[in-house]
Design a binder for this molecule. Structure first.
Ligand code: PLP
Length: 829
């Protein structure tokens, strides 16, 4: 409706196909090696783990934690023929069919291409930045504007130097409005973002203290953020954040706030009940008052930003009121849950656009637990009007290795053909619900991806295993970020063994292992063989060490390629005996554990020579690694002891290696040692608790919280002073009180010692205390003075470390004690 015939034609020309010549012109490389000048490029590859459309891809060897150049070979083997690199020592003859463009800075070349794509865009581009709320504002504006505009938006929170470049790659003139998010973490980054994005209209959501690291002052941070808008026609922002004229003198502004000069002038903001806020504001001299379905300040501020933009952009107040009154909370993360009949469910049912579909499909393919992968997909907005979108969607779908595709809505029937897997068509969501039994989902990973109107949440409700409403939420992005934090500390070449014992410190099984495998950790470690077997059955194929091998399951070790830790002569001899009795076995890799001071398991330094003798005469085992464990690497009080442990280990390992005449991997560092003992990295580190967001060493890095234990309120009671609560009348009310019963007890892992006011939980962000004794399946909270209803959500540990201290334990114990009946739900962005 916004494109006349002429523009439609322009759009077709702009279909994102480039040939290598064009790309050379834009990037201007220092040097080229062109083997195939006729190659077209339609997709961008920057992560060798995510290659689909290899033959039309161009690989950017970005420097990240790992050097992208290390993956040129595997990308080539996968069929990629175009490379942008910066290293000048690459041997081109090893890649006879590939085009190479050598540049100074690979990221900047990628950004140049994106800049070029952006400059061909004829519609209005809106740049969104700010300390908080960027993604929400972007997603909400998309929903608020999609009725009359063809809106493009950057996917999820792709707002970094790389993220923005990737977002722009998909922009074209089928759209007339683009919402692009930009985030920065340090001074100097915005220049590049500005060059790429060239926003016509700027939105700043607000400036808070968040992300202050990397900036010397708040002033500096504002200046940097606003530099995105040096060439914009206007900047839209809350006037309580800064004065635009101080930073961009003379620039037009359009603001919301309580000042007389604000374009959207707030009269009142009143919370009228638990779910609703009434706003009253002045726009162009008229007063408007209506209810918004949110109560938290952040949401209200974000909606006000959206309203201000819409007014500026010319939407009528009536439309603005109607739409903002119906806005919904946006779940930005993918959720991975256990489904019925042994399925895994990836739930992403609030939006459906090409960008977020790609991300969700990537995540689907990271899941290795089942071979069968099924996509349930709804119609996409704009599908019937846009040939380009249809083409891209078909291309994307045809690259997927799916077991089956289930499509909902009328559009697909006309466009899908020749897909390499069966496709099932349904008119609406109810029809799918009616046919669930026939579809017979079993042992497959399902991605449920649909636009809001299709109400796919009904599907996920039907397919997700019923759980009592106490869950452990695990943020896989946080875990990924923690892994990166530690990897960054390590010099090139030091391997990472990730400890996933005890169900990954309580955080779950193969879902976590999948993520770690995907992120190229070198080893996983479990406590017992059966944990390893479970991982192997769920598609984990990287090396796994087992810390407690037992003679009764030596056969399992062999069958599932699990590598035992060997800590004593008794164990080593029985292993050798077992192997000798087996016919035609290949050699079993083992990991020798040395006791350097823990005095738990392990050979003693004095065992060296007898150990060498035994190994010299028995070639059925091969020492893959030698290791030891530090007892107090995080505690400066014991640094002398730690140093001594490291020295003993170092000496033993050297002797062992010299005598064995082959290399073995040496490792001694746990999480705390990664921070405090760089001299103890050797060849590999063993990362445990840090991955899960805890680190007790004195110089620990900033980590992301990974797991959040949540429960819900079952019942609320108004009780009088003098009454007692729970078993054994352990606590008497000293005043009238409101008591909430919640669905968690000691059988779920909520320790009884948290009873009688010791434990604190959070309801709507407010701290509440337990009252009375903790029961087996529930406990009671004093919620006097807090607005609580039955069914409300409760965060169980207000602060994991503090809670652990209160009952004389450590976060490790609280985490692993969360019982397996508490279902784990995984989030991924
Ligand atoms: C659990 C464990 C680790 C990990 O320790 P963190 O302090 O959690 O990093 C390392 N090595 C061994 C032998 C372990 O048992």
């Amino acid at each position: 409706m916004f494109f006349g015939k002429n523009k439609e034609i322009v759009a077709d020309i702009l279909i994102d196909m480039h040939n290598i010549d064009e790309i050379v012109k834009i990037i201007q490389p220092l040097e080229t090696r062109i083997a195939d000048p006729n190659r077209f490029v339609s997709s961008l590859v920057y992560d060798s783990r995510k290659i689909y459309r290899a033959h039309e891809g161009i690989f950017f060897a970005l420097q990240n934690i790992r050097d992208g150049h290390d993956f040129v070979e595997s990308a080539y083997i996968n069929g990629v023929r175009n490379f942008v690199i910066s290293r000048n020592d690459l041997d081109y003859s090893a890649y006879p069919k590939a085009n190479f463009l050598r540049v100074d800075n690979v990221l900047h070349s990628l950004q140049k291409l994106s800049k070029n794509i952006r400059s061909e865009f004829l519609g209005d581009l809106i740049g969104i930045t700010g300390s908080n709320g960027k993604t929400i504002v972007k997603e909400w504006l998309y929903e608020l504007l999609i009725t009359e505009h063809k809106v493009y938006k950057s996917p999820k929170s792709y707002n970094s130097q790389l993220g923005v470049a990737l977002s722009l790659w998909e922009l074209n003139n089928q759209y007339n409005l683009a919402l692009i998010e930009a985030g920065i973490s340090q001074v100097g980054e915005m220049v590049w973002l500005e060059k790429m994005i060239q926003p016509k209209i700027g939105i700043v959501t607000g400036i808070g203290p968040a992300h202050a690291i990397g900036f010397e002052s708040k002033d500096r941070k504002i200046a940097e953020k606003l530099s995105l808008f040096v060439n914009a026609e206007v900047v839209i922002y809350p006037s309580d954040s800064f004065e635009l004229n101080d930073y961009l003198p003379g620039k037009k502004k359009f603001t919301w706030g309580t000042n007389i000069k604000d374009d959207i002038r707030i009269q009142h903001i009143t919370k009228i009940n638990k779910n609703t806020t009434r706003v009253s504001l002045l726009s162009k001299g008229n007063n408007y008052e209506w209810d918004l379905p949110f109560i938290d300040d952040a949401s209200i501020r974000n909606i006000l930003t959206c309203i201000t933009f819409m007014v500026y952009y010319g939407l009528s107040m009536q439309v603005i009121i109607n739409r903002t009154a119906r806005l919904k909370h946006i779940e930005m993360r993918l959720q991975l849950k256990n489904g019925v009949n042994n399925c895994s469910i990836i739930d992403d049912s609030y939006s459906n656009d090409l960008g977020s579909l790609k991300i969700a499909l990537d995540f689907l393919h990271q899941q290795k637990q089942y071979d069968k992968k099924t996509l349930i997909l709804s119609d996409m907005i704009g599908l019937s009007q846009s040939k380009n979108l249809v083409n891209k969607l078909i291309k994307l779908l045809s690259e997927q290795d799916l077991y089956r595709l289930i499509v909902v809505g009328g559009e697909f029937k006309k466009i899908l053909r020749d897909l390499p897997y069966p496709v099932f068509y349904f008119k609406n969501t109810q029809q799918v619900l009616n046919e669930l039994e026939l579809l017979g989902f079993e042992k497959e990973t399902l991605l449920i991806k649909g636009g809001r109107a299709f109400q796919f949440e009904k599907l996920s409700r039907a397919l997700v295993e019923k759980v009592h409403s106490t869950t452990l939420e695990i943020d896989l992005n946080a875990m990924e970020a923690n892994l990166k934090t530690y990897k960054k500390k390590l010099p090139e070449g030091v391997k990472v063994m990730a400890m996933v014992k005890a169900l990954s410190y309580g955080s779950g099984g193969y879902e976590v292992a999948n993520l770690l495998q995907f992120n190229n950790v070198d080893y996983l470690t479990v406590a017992y063989a059966d944990e390893g077997v479970e991982l192997r059955r769920r598609g984990i194929n990287i090396p796994i060490m087992v810390m407690n091998p037992e003679p009764q399951n030596f056969d399992v070790l062999i069958e599932y390629k699990l590598e035992p830790e060997v800590y004593s002569f008794g164990l080593l001899k029985s292993l050798i005996q077992y192997l000798k009795n087996e016919e035609n076995l290949s050699i079993l890799p083992i990991h020798l554990k040395l006791d350097t001071g823990m005095h738990r398991l392990g050979f003693l330094p004095s065992d060296l020579y007898p150990l060498l003798d035994l190994l010299a005469t028995n070639h059925c085992v091969k020492v893959k690694s030698v290791f030891s464990h530090l007892v107090a690497s995080g505690n400066p009080k014991f640094d002398v002891y730690t140093k001594q442990q490291i020295d003993i280990f170092s000496e033993f390992a050297k002797q062992l290696e010299d005598n064995l005449m082959y290399n073995v991997i040496k490792h001694i560092s746990n999480t705390a040692a990664i921070n405090r003992w760089p001299a103890a990295y050797f060849d590999m580190v063993r990362l445990g608790i840090g991955l899960y967001g805890q680190d007790n060493s004195d110089q620990h890095p900033q980590l992301n919280q990974v797991s959040t234990l949540k429960t819900t309120v079952t019942q609320i009671k108004h009780l009088q002073k003098g009454m007692t609560i729970g078993y054994d009348r352990s606590q008497t009310l000293v005043r009238d009180a409101v008591i909430a019963t919640v669905r968690i007890g000691y059988a779920d892992g909520y320790d009884r010692r948290f009873g009688q006011g010791v434990g604190t939980m959070l309801i709507h962000g407010q701290k509440v205390h337990t009252v009375g004794n903790i029961c087996m399946d529930m406990c009671m909270l004093d919620v006097t003075g807090i607005d609580v209803e039955e069914g409300d959500e409760v965060t169980v540990f207000a602060n994991l470390e503090q809670e652990a201290n209160k009952i004389g334990t450590i976060p490790y114990e609280l985490l692993v004690s969360i019982s397996s009946r508490v279902k784990r739900v995984y989030f991924y962005e």
